[in-house]
Design a binder for this molecule. Structure first.
Ligand SMILES: NC(=O)c1ccc[n+]([C@@H]2O[C@H](COP(=O)([O-])OP(=O)(O)OC[C@H]3O[C@@H](n4cnc5c(N)ncnc54)[C@H](OP(=O)(O)O)[C@@H]3O)[C@@H](O)[C@H]2O)c1
Length: 217
């Protein structure tokens, strides 16, 4: 698949890009600045030795990709998606954005009028299939080439069964990880918010905590 990553120049986008390229996908790193996307894409392609990572502007990447991942901070989420609605028509848009705030007591979930970043994305992109996924996989571990096994389950939420299925398969590009259907988009808010708990765990126990679901074979 040709996968575009909006905001792919950040740790989460780069980490996912590395894993998707290693699994045989072509990855396009998107940036607000085309040259930064090109530079990071070229750097990562060289580091990974796959020649499957390139980059450009978010708009070019959104237009060229078959499936697009949104990996920008929540502060830039709505403006970016509104601007790219035309490029994203008919595509699966995977939202991994966690709307979080940080204060002296640590991380906390932000209230989102639409219910969640994913629901906001679906409102802004009525002609795209929005799927929520990849909220809890650590960017640090994704980007670490010495990490070759993940015990994580990737919660995948959406309204469209085929879209959910595509993204569950994509999650399996992360070695050892499973994609698990976890409900409709109206349940994305607590999935995004749970990241605040994981960050609190990381800070207390100096780790990169992930999520695993018991009871599934
Ligand atoms: N880090 C993690 O471990 C992790 C794990 C799971 C999910 N997430 C989620 O993934 C998303 C990205 O995380 P990250 O740590 O990679 O974030 P980040 O480094 O803060 O941002 C990623 C990229 O987004 C672009 N960007 C920054 N501000 C923007 C704005 N206002 N509008 C549009 N683009 C903007 C920047 O790229 P350009 O300057 O090149 O445009 C930046 O490199 C977040 O929503 C986060 O909640 C992160």
């Amino acid at each position: 698949m040709k996968i575009g990553i909006l905001g792919g120049t950040g740790p989460q986008g780069r980490g996912l890009a590395r894993r998707f390229a290693a699994a045989g996908h072509d990855v396009l790193i998107g940036s607000r600045a085309a040259e930064r996307g090109e530079l990071i894409g070229a750097e990562d392609a060289q580091a990974d030795d796959t020649n499957r990572i390139t980059g450009g502007s978010n708009a070019d990447v959104a237009a060229a990709a078959e499936l697009v991942i949104v990996a920008v901070p929540y502060a830039g989420h709505a403006a970016l998606l509104s601007a790219l609605a035309t490029e994203l028509v008919g595509k699966i848009v995977v939202d991994c954005v966690n709307p979080l705030g940080f204060d002296q007591h640590g991380p906390f979930p932000l209230r989102v009028a639409a219910g969640s970043a994913a629901e906001e994305a679906q409102q802004l992109l009525p002609d795209s299939t929005v799927i929520a996924a990849f909220h809890h996989v650590s960017a640090v571990l994704l980007d670490d080439p010495t990490v070759d096994h993940f015990a994580d389950d990737v919660l995948v939420l959406g309204e469209d069964r085929d879209g959910v299925s595509v993204v569950c398969d994509l999650a399996a590009a992360i070695p050892g990880a499973r994609g698990i259907y976890a409900g409709r988009l109206r349940n994305a808010g607590q999935v995004e918010a749970l990241t605040a708990n994981l960050i609190a765990i990381n800070r207390r126990y100096k780790t990169h905590a992930g999520l695993a679901i018991t009871g599934l074979t």
